[in-house]
Ligand binder design. Structure first.
Ligand SMILES: [Zn+2]
Length: 475
Protein backbone atom coordinates (compact mmCIF):
# COMPACT_ATOMS: atom_id res chain seq x y z
CA UNK A 1 0.00 0.00 0.00
CA UNK A 2 1.18 3.51 -0.74
CA UNK A 3 1.87 6.03 2.02
CA UNK A 4 -1.34 7.55 3.42
CA UNK A 5 -2.04 10.81 1.69
CA UNK A 6 -3.78 13.29 3.96
CA UNK A 7 -5.04 15.30 1.00
CA UNK A 8 -8.79 15.21 0.67
CA UNK A 9 -8.88 14.13 -2.96
CA UNK A 10 -12.64 14.70 -3.38
CA UNK A 11 -12.43 18.44 -2.81
CA UNK A 12 -12.35 20.47 -6.04
CA UNK A 13 -12.66 17.34 -8.14
CA UNK A 14 -15.53 16.82 -10.58
CA UNK A 15 -17.47 13.75 -9.38
CA UNK A 16 -18.74 11.09 -11.78
CA UNK A 17 -19.40 7.84 -9.97
CA UNK A 18 -20.57 4.46 -11.18
CA UNK A 19 -21.55 1.77 -8.73
CA UNK A 20 -21.20 -1.76 -10.04
CA UNK A 21 -23.09 -3.61 -7.34
CA UNK A 22 -21.57 -7.00 -7.99
CA UNK A 23 -23.23 -10.32 -7.48
CA UNK A 24 -20.82 -12.82 -5.94
CA UNK A 25 -20.55 -14.64 -9.29
CA UNK A 26 -19.35 -11.44 -10.98
CA UNK A 27 -15.98 -12.00 -9.30
CA UNK A 28 -15.57 -15.43 -11.02
CA UNK A 29 -14.27 -13.93 -14.26
CA UNK A 30 -13.84 -10.22 -13.54
CA UNK A 31 -11.06 -8.68 -15.57
CA UNK A 32 -9.40 -5.55 -14.19
CA UNK A 33 -8.52 -4.08 -17.59
CA UNK A 34 -11.99 -4.66 -18.98
CA UNK A 35 -13.52 -3.21 -15.81
CA UNK A 36 -11.50 0.01 -16.20
CA UNK A 37 -12.10 0.23 -19.96
CA UNK A 38 -15.86 0.06 -19.35
CA UNK A 39 -15.70 2.84 -16.77
CA UNK A 40 -13.65 4.92 -19.18
CA UNK A 41 -16.35 4.56 -21.82
CA UNK A 42 -18.55 6.54 -19.46
CA UNK A 43 -15.70 8.87 -18.39
CA UNK A 44 -16.45 7.87 -14.80
CA UNK A 45 -13.78 8.97 -12.33
CA UNK A 46 -15.12 7.27 -9.19
CA UNK A 47 -16.29 3.68 -8.86
CA UNK A 48 -17.95 1.88 -6.00
CA UNK A 49 -17.28 -1.83 -5.71
CA UNK A 50 -18.23 -4.55 -3.21
CA UNK A 51 -15.59 -5.09 -0.57
CA UNK A 52 -16.65 -6.21 2.88
CA UNK A 53 -19.43 -6.99 5.33
CA UNK A 54 -21.85 -9.81 4.52
CA UNK A 55 -19.26 -11.14 2.07
CA UNK A 56 -15.51 -10.58 1.99
CA UNK A 57 -14.58 -9.87 -1.63
CA UNK A 58 -10.88 -10.25 -0.83
CA UNK A 59 -8.96 -12.88 1.17
CA UNK A 60 -9.83 -12.12 4.79
CA UNK A 61 -8.13 -13.32 7.96
CA UNK A 62 -11.12 -12.60 10.19
CA UNK A 63 -13.19 -15.65 11.20
CA UNK A 64 -16.51 -13.74 11.37
CA UNK A 65 -16.03 -12.23 7.89
CA UNK A 66 -17.62 -14.66 5.41
CA UNK A 67 -15.13 -15.45 2.68
CA UNK A 68 -16.46 -15.25 -0.88
CA UNK A 69 -15.81 -18.60 -2.60
CA UNK A 70 -15.92 -16.97 -6.05
CA UNK A 71 -12.66 -15.03 -6.15
CA UNK A 72 -11.21 -16.64 -9.29
CA UNK A 73 -11.15 -13.51 -11.48
CA UNK A 74 -8.75 -10.61 -11.03
CA UNK A 75 -8.35 -9.62 -7.37
CA UNK A 76 -9.76 -6.49 -5.82
CA UNK A 77 -6.18 -5.43 -5.29
CA UNK A 78 -5.46 -5.60 -9.03
CA UNK A 79 -8.77 -3.92 -9.89
CA UNK A 80 -7.99 -1.03 -7.56
CA UNK A 81 -4.48 -0.67 -9.00
CA UNK A 82 -5.87 -0.61 -12.54
CA UNK A 83 -8.44 2.02 -11.55
CA UNK A 84 -5.78 4.18 -9.94
CA UNK A 85 -3.64 3.96 -13.05
CA UNK A 86 -6.60 5.45 -14.95
CA UNK A 87 -7.16 8.12 -12.28
CA UNK A 88 -10.37 6.48 -11.09
CA UNK A 89 -10.96 6.59 -7.34
CA UNK A 90 -12.36 3.47 -5.71
CA UNK A 91 -15.00 3.40 -3.00
CA UNK A 92 -15.44 0.25 -0.89
CA UNK A 93 -19.05 -0.83 -0.64
CA UNK A 94 -19.71 -2.48 2.72
CA UNK A 95 -22.85 -3.88 4.30
CA UNK A 96 -22.98 -4.79 7.99
CA UNK A 97 -26.74 -5.15 8.20
CA UNK A 98 -26.64 -8.95 7.93
CA UNK A 99 -24.34 -11.92 8.40
CA UNK A 100 -24.30 -15.29 6.68
CA UNK A 101 -26.05 -18.05 8.61
CA UNK A 102 -22.81 -19.80 9.78
CA UNK A 103 -21.59 -16.53 11.32
CA UNK A 104 -24.95 -16.07 13.03
CA UNK A 105 -24.70 -19.58 14.44
CA UNK A 106 -21.37 -18.70 16.04
CA UNK A 107 -22.93 -15.56 17.59
CA UNK A 108 -26.75 -15.70 17.82
CA UNK A 109 -26.65 -12.70 20.19
CA UNK A 110 -25.66 -10.45 17.26
CA UNK A 111 -29.01 -10.95 15.52
CA UNK A 112 -31.96 -8.63 15.21
CA UNK A 113 -34.94 -10.00 17.17
CA UNK A 114 -38.54 -9.15 16.36
CA UNK A 115 -40.91 -8.16 19.21
CA UNK A 116 -42.05 -11.80 19.17
CA UNK A 117 -38.45 -12.96 19.54
CA UNK A 118 -37.80 -14.17 15.99
CA UNK A 119 -34.70 -13.63 13.88
CA UNK A 120 -34.92 -12.68 10.20
CA UNK A 121 -33.14 -15.18 7.94
CA UNK A 122 -33.48 -14.02 4.35
CA UNK A 123 -32.17 -16.86 2.17
CA UNK A 124 -29.27 -17.49 4.51
CA UNK A 125 -28.51 -13.86 5.42
CA UNK A 126 -29.47 -13.16 9.03
CA UNK A 127 -30.29 -9.57 10.02
CA UNK A 128 -28.06 -8.17 12.78
CA UNK A 129 -28.70 -5.29 15.15
CA UNK A 130 -26.89 -1.95 15.24
CA UNK A 131 -26.49 -2.29 19.01
CA UNK A 132 -25.09 -5.82 18.94
CA UNK A 133 -21.38 -6.60 19.17
CA UNK A 134 -21.11 -7.42 15.46
CA UNK A 135 -21.85 -3.87 14.34
CA UNK A 136 -20.31 -2.25 17.41
CA UNK A 137 -17.07 -4.25 17.78
CA UNK A 138 -16.46 -6.51 14.79
CA UNK A 139 -17.54 -4.31 11.89
CA UNK A 140 -14.81 -1.79 12.86
CA UNK A 141 -12.27 -4.66 12.76
CA UNK A 142 -13.45 -5.72 9.31
CA UNK A 143 -13.24 -2.13 8.08
CA UNK A 144 -9.74 -1.72 9.43
CA UNK A 145 -8.65 -4.89 7.64
CA UNK A 146 -10.30 -3.90 4.36
CA UNK A 147 -8.87 -0.38 4.21
CA UNK A 148 -5.38 -1.31 5.30
CA UNK A 149 -5.07 -4.43 3.10
CA UNK A 150 -6.52 -2.58 0.12
CA UNK A 151 -5.86 0.91 -1.18
CA UNK A 152 -9.44 2.18 -1.18
CA UNK A 153 -10.14 5.90 -1.57
CA UNK A 154 -13.56 5.93 0.04
CA UNK A 155 -16.07 3.85 1.96
CA UNK A 156 -19.82 3.44 1.85
CA UNK A 157 -22.14 1.60 4.27
CA UNK A 158 -25.19 -0.01 2.74
CA UNK A 159 -28.40 -0.35 4.78
CA UNK A 160 -26.93 1.17 7.92
CA UNK A 161 -28.98 1.95 10.99
CA UNK A 162 -32.18 0.27 12.16
CA UNK A 163 -33.61 -2.07 9.55
CA UNK A 164 -37.12 -3.38 10.14
CA UNK A 165 -37.84 -4.92 6.73
CA UNK A 166 -36.27 -7.62 4.59
CA UNK A 167 -35.51 -7.42 0.86
CA UNK A 168 -39.08 -8.52 0.10
CA UNK A 169 -40.37 -5.54 2.11
CA UNK A 170 -41.82 -7.78 4.83
CA UNK A 171 -42.09 -5.74 8.02
CA UNK A 172 -40.83 -7.20 11.32
CA UNK A 173 -40.99 -4.31 13.80
CA UNK A 174 -38.73 -2.74 16.40
CA UNK A 175 -35.68 -4.81 17.37
CA UNK A 176 -36.02 -6.46 20.79
CA UNK A 177 -32.56 -8.01 21.13
CA UNK A 178 -30.87 -7.93 24.53
CA UNK A 179 -28.51 -5.15 23.43
CA UNK A 180 -31.43 -2.89 22.50
CA UNK A 181 -33.33 -3.74 25.69
CA UNK A 182 -30.34 -2.98 27.91
CA UNK A 183 -29.31 0.19 26.12
CA UNK A 184 -32.87 1.58 25.99
CA UNK A 185 -33.49 0.82 29.68
CA UNK A 186 -30.22 2.54 30.60
CA UNK A 187 -31.17 5.64 28.61
CA UNK A 188 -34.78 5.92 29.86
CA UNK A 189 -34.92 4.87 33.52
CA UNK A 190 -35.52 1.17 33.00
CA UNK A 191 -38.26 1.60 30.38
CA UNK A 192 -39.18 -1.41 28.20
CA UNK A 193 -38.94 -1.05 24.42
CA UNK A 194 -42.13 0.03 22.65
CA UNK A 195 -43.91 -2.86 20.95
CA UNK A 196 -45.06 -0.84 17.93
CA UNK A 197 -44.02 2.16 15.88
CA UNK A 198 -46.92 4.32 17.00
CA UNK A 199 -46.05 8.04 16.78
CA UNK A 200 -48.55 8.85 19.55
CA UNK A 201 -47.06 6.39 22.04
CA UNK A 202 -44.80 8.19 24.58
CA UNK A 203 -42.50 5.15 24.63
CA UNK A 204 -42.11 5.29 20.87
CA UNK A 205 -41.26 9.00 21.08
CA UNK A 206 -38.44 8.01 23.43
CA UNK A 207 -37.44 5.29 21.00
CA UNK A 208 -37.08 7.88 18.22
CA UNK A 209 -34.72 9.83 20.47
CA UNK A 210 -32.92 6.55 21.27
CA UNK A 211 -32.39 5.88 17.57
CA UNK A 212 -31.07 9.39 16.97
CA UNK A 213 -28.58 9.21 19.83
CA UNK A 214 -27.31 5.71 19.08
CA UNK A 215 -26.92 6.50 15.38
CA UNK A 216 -25.04 9.68 16.20
CA UNK A 217 -22.69 7.76 18.51
CA UNK A 218 -22.17 5.10 15.86
CA UNK A 219 -21.37 7.63 13.14
CA UNK A 220 -18.83 9.27 15.41
CA UNK A 221 -17.25 5.96 16.36
CA UNK A 222 -16.98 4.84 12.72
CA UNK A 223 -15.32 7.94 11.37
CA UNK A 224 -12.79 7.81 14.21
CA UNK A 225 -12.03 4.17 13.40
CA UNK A 226 -11.64 4.89 9.68
CA UNK A 227 -9.68 8.12 9.87
CA UNK A 228 -7.55 6.61 12.63
CA UNK A 229 -6.00 4.21 10.13
CA UNK A 230 -6.61 6.05 6.84
CA UNK A 231 -7.03 9.83 7.20
CA UNK A 232 -7.29 10.20 3.39
CA UNK A 233 -10.50 8.20 3.02
CA UNK A 234 -13.71 9.78 1.76
CA UNK A 235 -16.56 8.56 3.98
CA UNK A 236 -20.19 8.38 2.85
CA UNK A 237 -23.13 9.83 4.76
CA UNK A 238 -21.35 10.70 7.98
CA UNK A 239 -23.27 13.73 9.20
CA UNK A 240 -21.28 13.94 12.41
CA UNK A 241 -18.02 14.31 10.48
CA UNK A 242 -19.65 16.59 7.86
CA UNK A 243 -16.95 15.69 5.35
CA UNK A 244 -16.81 13.22 2.50
CA UNK A 245 -19.83 12.51 0.33
CA UNK A 246 -23.58 12.16 0.65
CA UNK A 247 -24.81 9.07 -1.21
CA UNK A 248 -28.49 8.89 -2.05
CA UNK A 249 -30.67 7.16 -4.61
CA UNK A 250 -33.28 8.29 -7.07
CA UNK A 251 -35.18 5.10 -7.64
CA UNK A 252 -38.58 3.65 -8.28
CA UNK A 253 -40.30 0.85 -6.41
CA UNK A 254 -43.31 -1.17 -7.44
CA UNK A 255 -45.15 -0.77 -4.16
CA UNK A 256 -44.68 2.98 -3.97
CA UNK A 257 -47.86 4.99 -4.57
CA UNK A 258 -48.05 6.95 -7.80
CA UNK A 259 -47.26 9.53 -9.00
CA UNK A 260 -43.48 9.21 -8.92
CA UNK A 261 -41.73 12.18 -7.33
CA UNK A 262 -40.22 13.61 -10.48
CA UNK A 263 -38.10 16.07 -8.53
CA UNK A 264 -36.43 13.24 -6.61
CA UNK A 265 -32.90 14.04 -7.83
CA UNK A 266 -33.38 17.80 -7.36
CA UNK A 267 -34.77 17.20 -3.89
CA UNK A 268 -31.94 14.86 -2.85
CA UNK A 269 -29.22 17.06 -4.28
CA UNK A 270 -30.64 20.33 -3.05
CA UNK A 271 -30.72 19.43 0.63
CA UNK A 272 -27.27 17.85 0.45
CA UNK A 273 -25.70 20.84 -1.26
CA UNK A 274 -27.44 23.55 0.73
CA UNK A 275 -27.40 21.94 4.18
CA UNK A 276 -23.99 20.23 4.02
CA UNK A 277 -21.98 22.49 1.71
CA UNK A 278 -18.66 20.89 2.68
CA UNK A 279 -19.77 17.44 1.44
CA UNK A 280 -20.02 16.13 -2.14
CA UNK A 281 -23.54 15.24 -3.24
CA UNK A 282 -23.61 11.90 -5.06
CA UNK A 283 -27.22 11.10 -5.87
CA UNK A 284 -27.41 7.98 -7.98
CA UNK A 285 -29.79 7.06 -10.74
CA UNK A 286 -30.79 3.47 -10.04
CA UNK A 287 -30.86 1.51 -13.27
CA UNK A 288 -33.73 -0.85 -12.48
CA UNK A 289 -37.44 -0.41 -11.67
CA UNK A 290 -37.20 -2.42 -8.46
CA UNK A 291 -34.70 -4.76 -6.85
CA UNK A 292 -36.62 -7.80 -8.03
CA UNK A 293 -36.42 -6.57 -11.62
CA UNK A 294 -32.78 -5.58 -11.44
CA UNK A 295 -31.73 -6.88 -14.84
CA UNK A 296 -34.13 -4.54 -16.64
CA UNK A 297 -33.45 -0.82 -17.02
CA UNK A 298 -35.91 2.02 -16.53
CA UNK A 299 -36.52 4.58 -19.26
CA UNK A 300 -33.28 6.24 -20.42
CA UNK A 301 -35.07 9.60 -20.34
CA UNK A 302 -35.84 9.13 -16.65
CA UNK A 303 -32.16 8.44 -15.97
CA UNK A 304 -31.06 11.52 -17.90
CA UNK A 305 -33.60 13.67 -16.08
CA UNK A 306 -32.20 12.56 -12.71
CA UNK A 307 -28.63 13.25 -13.76
CA UNK A 308 -29.53 16.67 -15.15
CA UNK A 309 -31.31 17.51 -11.89
CA UNK A 310 -28.17 16.53 -9.96
CA UNK A 311 -26.08 18.94 -12.00
CA UNK A 312 -28.64 21.76 -11.96
CA UNK A 313 -28.61 21.67 -8.18
CA UNK A 314 -24.85 21.61 -7.75
CA UNK A 315 -24.30 17.90 -7.20
CA UNK A 316 -22.14 15.24 -8.83
CA UNK A 317 -23.17 12.40 -11.14
CA UNK A 318 -23.81 8.85 -10.07
CA UNK A 319 -25.15 5.74 -11.82
CA UNK A 320 -25.90 2.44 -10.11
CA UNK A 321 -26.48 -0.97 -11.63
CA UNK A 322 -26.43 -4.58 -10.46
CA UNK A 323 -23.55 -6.57 -11.88
CA UNK A 324 -20.79 -5.30 -14.14
CA UNK A 325 -21.03 -2.91 -17.06
CA UNK A 326 -19.83 -5.57 -19.53
CA UNK A 327 -22.23 -8.37 -18.55
CA UNK A 328 -25.30 -6.25 -17.78
CA UNK A 329 -28.37 -7.64 -19.55
CA UNK A 330 -30.16 -4.41 -20.42
CA UNK A 331 -27.79 -1.72 -21.65
CA UNK A 332 -30.55 0.56 -22.95
CA UNK A 333 -29.73 3.24 -20.40
CA UNK A 334 -26.04 3.48 -21.30
CA UNK A 335 -26.24 5.93 -24.18
CA UNK A 336 -28.18 8.62 -22.33
CA UNK A 337 -26.08 8.22 -19.19
CA UNK A 338 -22.88 8.51 -21.22
CA UNK A 339 -24.21 11.65 -22.86
CA UNK A 340 -24.57 13.43 -19.50
CA UNK A 341 -21.35 11.96 -18.08
CA UNK A 342 -19.42 13.08 -21.18
CA UNK A 343 -20.95 16.55 -21.01
CA UNK A 344 -19.79 16.78 -17.39
CA UNK A 345 -16.32 15.49 -18.31
CA UNK A 346 -16.02 18.48 -20.65
CA UNK A 347 -17.72 21.07 -18.47
CA UNK A 348 -17.14 19.67 -14.98
CA UNK A 349 -14.74 22.42 -13.95
CA UNK A 350 -17.55 24.96 -14.24
CA UNK A 351 -19.59 22.99 -11.73
CA UNK A 352 -16.92 23.21 -9.05
CA UNK A 353 -17.06 25.66 -6.16
CA UNK A 354 -20.50 26.90 -7.02
CA UNK A 355 -22.61 28.29 -4.20
CA UNK A 356 -26.33 28.79 -3.98
CA UNK A 357 -27.66 32.35 -4.26
CA UNK A 358 -31.12 31.31 -3.14
CA UNK A 359 -33.08 33.80 -1.11
CA UNK A 360 -35.63 31.34 0.24
CA UNK A 361 -35.12 28.39 2.55
CA UNK A 362 -37.51 25.46 2.85
CA UNK A 363 -37.11 23.49 6.06
CA UNK A 364 -37.10 19.69 6.08
CA UNK A 365 -35.77 16.81 8.14
CA UNK A 366 -36.42 13.22 9.15
CA UNK A 367 -39.77 13.98 10.79
CA UNK A 368 -41.23 16.14 8.05
CA UNK A 369 -44.65 16.06 6.47
CA UNK A 370 -43.38 15.00 3.04
CA UNK A 371 -46.62 15.80 1.21
CA UNK A 372 -46.57 19.37 2.51
CA UNK A 373 -42.83 19.70 1.86
CA UNK A 374 -43.21 18.43 -1.70
CA UNK A 375 -46.10 20.79 -2.34
CA UNK A 376 -43.89 23.74 -1.42
CA UNK A 377 -41.02 22.23 -3.39
CA UNK A 378 -43.18 22.15 -6.53
CA UNK A 379 -44.67 25.58 -5.90
CA UNK A 380 -41.23 27.16 -5.58
CA UNK A 381 -39.66 25.22 -8.46
CA UNK A 382 -42.50 25.70 -10.90
CA UNK A 383 -42.71 29.42 -10.15
CA UNK A 384 -38.94 29.75 -10.66
CA UNK A 385 -38.02 30.79 -7.14
CA UNK A 386 -34.47 29.94 -6.18
CA UNK A 387 -34.52 28.11 -2.88
CA UNK A 388 -32.43 25.95 -0.58
CA UNK A 389 -33.58 23.02 1.54
CA UNK A 390 -32.44 23.46 5.12
CA UNK A 391 -32.27 20.24 7.10
CA UNK A 392 -33.21 20.79 10.74
CA UNK A 393 -30.23 18.71 11.90
CA UNK A 394 -27.75 21.25 10.54
CA UNK A 395 -29.83 24.40 9.96
CA UNK A 396 -28.55 26.18 13.06
CA UNK A 397 -24.94 25.76 11.94
CA UNK A 398 -25.56 27.62 8.68
CA UNK A 399 -25.91 31.37 7.99
CA UNK A 400 -29.48 32.55 7.35
CA UNK A 401 -28.74 36.16 6.43
CA UNK A 402 -29.02 35.52 2.69
CA UNK A 403 -32.63 34.37 3.06
CA UNK A 404 -35.58 36.72 2.68
CA UNK A 405 -37.98 34.00 3.75
CA UNK A 406 -37.86 30.70 5.61
CA UNK A 407 -40.76 28.29 5.09
CA UNK A 408 -41.62 25.66 7.70
CA UNK A 409 -43.87 23.18 5.88
CA UNK A 410 -45.85 21.64 8.76
CA UNK A 411 -42.63 20.51 10.43
CA UNK A 412 -43.75 19.58 13.92
CA UNK A 413 -40.71 18.79 16.08
CA UNK A 414 -38.68 21.98 16.42
CA UNK A 415 -36.11 22.42 19.18
CA UNK A 416 -36.25 25.43 21.51
CA UNK A 417 -33.01 26.64 19.88
CA UNK A 418 -34.68 26.51 16.47
CA UNK A 419 -37.78 28.45 17.53
CA UNK A 420 -35.62 31.10 19.22
CA UNK A 421 -33.48 31.39 16.08
CA UNK A 422 -36.57 31.72 13.86
CA UNK A 423 -37.98 34.45 16.10
CA UNK A 424 -34.65 36.29 16.02
CA UNK A 425 -34.56 35.95 12.24
CA UNK A 426 -38.06 37.44 11.97
CA UNK A 427 -37.20 40.23 14.42
CA UNK A 428 -34.22 41.10 12.20
CA UNK A 429 -36.52 41.55 9.20
CA UNK A 430 -36.81 38.03 7.77
CA UNK A 431 -40.14 36.47 6.81
CA UNK A 432 -41.14 33.23 8.49
CA UNK A 433 -43.91 31.27 6.78
CA UNK A 434 -45.14 28.73 9.30
CA UNK A 435 -47.55 26.13 7.92
CA UNK A 436 -50.15 24.24 9.96
CA UNK A 437 -48.65 22.39 12.99
CA UNK A 438 -45.07 23.60 12.66
CA UNK A 439 -43.36 23.58 16.05
CA UNK A 440 -46.29 21.90 17.82
CA UNK A 441 -43.75 19.44 19.27
CA UNK A 442 -40.36 19.92 20.87
CA UNK A 443 -37.34 18.00 19.59
CA UNK A 444 -38.19 15.01 21.82
CA UNK A 445 -41.60 14.84 20.03
CA UNK A 446 -43.44 16.04 23.15
CA UNK A 447 -46.39 18.40 22.59
CA UNK A 448 -45.40 22.03 23.08
CA UNK A 449 -47.73 23.81 25.49
CA UNK A 450 -46.96 27.38 24.47
CA UNK A 451 -47.27 29.09 21.07
CA UNK A 452 -44.26 27.73 19.13
CA UNK A 453 -43.14 30.99 17.54
CA UNK A 454 -43.50 34.48 19.00
CA UNK A 455 -43.25 35.98 15.52
CA UNK A 456 -46.69 34.55 14.67
CA UNK A 457 -48.20 37.23 16.88
CA UNK A 458 -50.61 34.82 18.56
CA UNK A 459 -51.52 34.91 22.21
CA UNK A 460 -53.22 31.58 22.61
CA UNK A 461 -52.26 27.96 22.15
CA UNK A 462 -52.99 26.72 18.66
CA UNK A 463 -55.23 23.80 17.84
CA UNK A 464 -56.01 22.22 14.48
CA UNK A 465 -59.62 22.26 13.26
CA UNK A 466 -60.24 19.09 11.33
CA UNK A 467 -63.98 19.54 10.71
CA UNK A 468 -63.81 21.89 7.75
CA UNK A 469 -62.39 21.42 4.29
CA UNK A 470 -61.19 24.97 3.69
CA UNK A 471 -61.11 28.54 4.93
CA UNK A 472 -60.16 31.89 3.40
CA UNK A 473 -58.45 34.91 4.86
CA UNK A 474 -59.27 38.21 3.23
CA UNK A 475 -56.46 40.65 3.76
ZN1 LIG B 1 -31.38 -4.81 18.77
Amino acid sequence: MSEPNTNKWWINRPWREIQTNLREIDMLDINAEQFVADLQQFKANVVMINAAGIIASYPTKLPYHFQSPYLTGDSLKDIIAACHKADIKVIARTDFSKVRRPVYEMHPEWAYLSPKGHIVDYNGDVHVCLNGDYQQQYAPEIIKEAITELDFDGIFFNMGGYQVKDYSYNYYGICHCDSCKTKFAAMFDGSPLPKEENPNDPLFKQYMVFKQRTLRDYAEKMYKVILGVRPDICIANNFELKEGFIRQESNTAFDRPLPHWQYSASDNTKWAVSSYPSMVSSNTTVDFPDYHHRHVAISPFQQKLRLAQNLANGGGLDYYLIGRLDNHEDKSGYEGIKEIFHYHAEQGEHYLNITSHSTIALLNGPSGNQAEFRGWFRFLTENHYLFDTLMVQNALNLPWDKYRAIIIPDYQPLSAEMTVALDAYAAAGGTVISVCRSGFQDEAYQPRKEVPLQCLGLDQVLTVREDNRSAYFKI
